[in-house]
Design a protein around this ligand. Structure first.
Ligand SMILES: Cc1cc2nc3c(=O)[nH]c(=O)nc-3n(C[C@H](O)[C@H](O)[C@H](O)COP(=O)(O)O)c2cc1C
Length: 455
């Protein structure tokens, strides 16, 4: 049975070390060049030319200091530290690309909706509608401490605030400026028609935003809404608001269960199945043959840092694992960090109880996501099988080394995927990201923000 082309995103973060722990030490890794604009524009052009749909950029707003209750390991081992801002990379990358979308992670917990709506509208203008927002609520106490709080807002309350945040951005993007509000009429001296620009009059539990959106509407109005976080409350939030859901999880079966859960919740919210897409991250180690890929894997393994892996795992789960024996079997605990991170290992498989040592080994390359190793045909087969078993619509491709992992994938795997019809054809004319992913320029009518539109 033939399937639709995969959604294909490059998965990065504005850091020298992302989810492969310690691999920045590999001699071929270039991620330490993350402070150079050229590093980003080169990668964006490579992905654009190769036919990727988007570059997805993760973010964190605090140091990773849960492990041993201090940031030392994260600093020493470049464990998502230092970390620069993702949003500021994008206009330069948009200027040198034509089709590539940009999915940018921004947390609702520490921004103001009125200002963030303007930032996204600005980027959507400058990129001709190629912007997505990965909506997250954050997970680090260190972020909370440095952003005006003493500790994190409780997990579910963060999502309640996020919902109000999205109601406001929805009003600003969809409801504030009517389609004909911008006239640019020099003769009659009217740039915008004040009768068609509406104050949103939002007065809620956490935010007051009485006035109109500061920006005129951009090609997509609302950026494509991505979301990551699949705890019970997270899944509910995703089902209501997200267009593309980014799932963690290490087995196709666990991911399939999450997709089923979110699809049911979305149907209960009145959303159509076609309005939601699901992607998961993967890391691919590939080369011209299976043997060469295995040799590359063995080479990379020498650079894994178990300590960096545990520092990542501590930050994601909100638990200082330095206090526990490496052979401790992992059990689920409810924390205020990312609940789905721990659940992805404790609810993975009834046959096997994962230990901390297993987790550290697993995370080493590619974090809490699947790692695929093999030559071109083998990787294409594995991706097809993973998609068939899990139900994902596509993949967020992470790097073991940067940009080498992207280059290897483009050189070896993309031609096979393309020959199997699994890579979307690049349109003759540039289209918006939402048109590329969903075949339409605007949020569909079943999305809750569509109710804010003026009729
Ligand atoms: C696959 C995945 C990727 C995530 N990426 C980020 C990220 O880049 N930045 C961030 O602050 N939070 C990220 N989160 C977590 C979200 O912030 C989430 O809102 C919060 O931690 C709660 O997650 P939960 O609903 O799974 O408990 C991610 C979560 C998942 C599952």
């Amino acid at each position: 049975m033939s399937r639709a082309p995969f959604l294909l995103f490059g998965f990065m973060m504005n850091v020298p070390g992302h989810i492969s722990a310690g691999l920045w030490r590999h001699p071929q890794d270039q991620a330490h060049r993350y402070t150079e604009l050229r590093y980003w524009t080169d990668i964006a052009q490579q992905l654009d030319r190769a036919g990727f749909d988007a570059l997805f950029i993760a973010d964190a707003l605090g140091q990773l200091d849960v492990w041993q209750n201090k940031p030392d390991a994260a600093l020493r081992l470049a464990t998502q530290m230092p970390v620069n801002d993702p949003l500021l990379l994008v206009s330069a990358m948009a200027a040198v690309t034509q089709h590539l979308g940009f999915g940018i992670t921004v947390s609702t917990t520490y921004e103001q909706p009125y200002l963030l709506a303007r930032k996204f509208t600005t980027l959507d203008h400058l990129s001709n509608g190629r912007i997505a927002w990965n909506v997250v609520t954050s997970m680090l106490d260190s972020a909370a401490r440095n952003l005006g709080l003493t500790q994190q807002i409780p997990h579910d309350e963060r999502y309640d605030r996020a919902q109000e945040f999205l109601d406001i951005t929805g009003k600003l993007w969809e409801g504030s400026w009517e389609e004909e509000a911008v006239r640019r009429d020099k003769q009659n001296s009217v740039y915008s028609d004040p009768a068609k620009v509406h104050a949103i009059k939002h007065a809620g539990r956490w935010y007051q935003v009485p006035d109109a959106h500061l920006s005129e509407p951009s090609p997509q109005r609302t950026p494509v809404l991505f979301q990551a976080g699949t705890s019970s409350r997270g899944a509910q939030f995703a089902a209501r608001n997200a267009e593309v859901i980014f799932l963690g999880g290490v087995t196709p079966q666990a991911i399939a269960a999450d997709i089923q859960r979110i699809r049911q919740l979305a149907a209960a919210e009145g959303r159509h199945a076609a309005s939601l897409r699901f992607v998961t991250a993967i890391t691919v180690i590939t080369a011209e043959s299976d043997e060469a890929a295995q040799a590359k894997y063995r080479d990379y393994q020498q650079y894994i840092s178990e300590e960096a892996a545990l520092a990542l795992f501590s930050a994601w789960t909100g638990i200082d694992w330095s206090q526990e024996d490496l052979d401790t079997p992992l059990a689920f605990r409810e924390t205020d960090a990312c609940r789905s991170a721990l659940a992805s290992l404790t609810r993975i498989d009834d046959q096997k109880r994962w230990t901390l040592r297993d987790a550290a080994r697993y995370i080493g390359i590619g974090g809490l996501h699947p790692l695929l190793i093999g030559g071109p045909e083998s990787i294409a087969d594995q991706l097809e099988q993973f998609a068939a078993e899990s139900g994902v619509d596509g993949f967020n491709l992470a790097w073991a080394i940067s940009p080498g992992s992207f280059e290897d994938f483009i050189q070896h795997v993309m031609p096979v995927l393309r020959s199997r019809g699994l890579i979307r054809e690049t349109p003759a004319q540039a289209v918006t990201l939402r048109e590329r992913l969903f075949g339409q320029p605007r949020l569909t009518a079943d999305h809750p923000a569509a109710r804010f539109r003026h009729r």
